[in-house]
Design a binder for this molecule. Structure first.
Ligand code: NI
Length: 205
C-alpha cells in the first residue's frame, strides 16, 4: 500500500474500532441499568479484594485504610499523567459522590497513584482538587504502591516509550466500594454511569 492508502486504512480502522467500543460500552451500561445495582458485585469472583495499606496523602500525612473513620471507601487506582481514562473515571466518581447528597458524608473517595515516580505529594495535591473537594490523593514508595495494588488485584506497568519523561502507564481501571470493616462491597467496571454508581452505593451503605 502507498503511505496515504495506509494512513486512510489506519484512520478507517480506528473509527470502526471506536464505534465498536462505544457500542459495547452502551450495551454494558444498558444491561447494568436494566439489572439495577444488583448488576455490580465484588463477591461474584470469590477473590478477596482489598487489604491493609500504608500510603502518603496529598497533604503529606501518612495514612492507612483505618485513617478514614467509619466511612466507606470509594477507591480508584490511576495516575495524573493519564490522558483520558483516569480523568473520565475520577470525574464520574465525583459526580456519583455528589449525587449521594447527605449520604456523601459516609463515603471517602480515594485516588491511589500507580505512578509514584511522577505523582509526588505536590502533584497529587494539585490534581485531586480538579475533581472533588473531598477526593484524597494517595502516593507512596514503589513498595507501598505495589503492596496496595496487590491487595486490590490492580494490574499496572509502564508502557514502552522512546520518551522517558512522557511515558504512559497501563493499568486496570475499576472503582472499589469498601465497607468500614475493610470488606469489598462492590467493584464497578470502567465506564459505569455516575447515577448507577450512586444508586448502588446508596443501596450498599
Ligand atoms: Ni489511566
Amino acid at each position: 500500500m502507498t503511505r496515504s492508502r495506509a494512513a486512510r486504512f489506519l484512520i478507517l480502522s480506528s473509527v470502526v474500532l471506536a464505534l465498536l467500543a462505544g457500542f459495547a460500552l452502551w450495551q454494558v451500561n444498558r444491561e447494568l441499568a436494566r439489572r439495577g445495582s444488583a448488576g455490580f458485585s465484588g463477591a461474584v469472583t470469590g477473590v478477596q479484594i482489598g487489604g491493609p495499606f500504608e500510603l502518603i496523602d496529598h497533604t503529606g500525612a501518612a495514612v492507612t485504610e483505618k485513617s478514614f473513620g467509619d466511612r466507606h471507601l470509594l477507591i480508584y487506582f490511576g495516575y495524573t499523567f493519564c490522558p483520558d481514562v483516569c480523568p473520565t473515571e475520577l470525574a464520574g466518581m465525583a459526580t456519583a459522590v455528589d449525587r449521594l447528597g447527605a449520604d456523601a458524608a459516609k463515603v471517602q473517595p480515594l485516588f491511589i497513584t500507580v505512578d509514584p515516580a511522577r505523582d509526588t505529594v505536590e502533584v497529587m495535591a494539585d490534581y485531586v482538587g480538579l475533581f472533588h473537594p473531598d477526593l484524597v490523593g494517595l502516593t507512596g514508595s514503589d513498595e507501598q504502591i505495589a503492596s496496595a495494588a496487590r491487595a486490590y488485584r490492580v494490574y499496572y506497568g509502564r508502557a514502552e516509550t522512546d520518551d522517558p519523561d512522557h511515558y504512559l502507564m497501563d493499568h486496570s481501571s475499576l472503582v472499589y466500594l469498601m465497607a468500614p470493616d475493610g470488606s469489598n462491597l462492590i467493584v464497578f467496571p470502567y465506564g459505569t454511569r455516575p447515577d448507577a454508581m450512586a444508586d448502588a452505593i446508596r443501596d450498599a451503605l
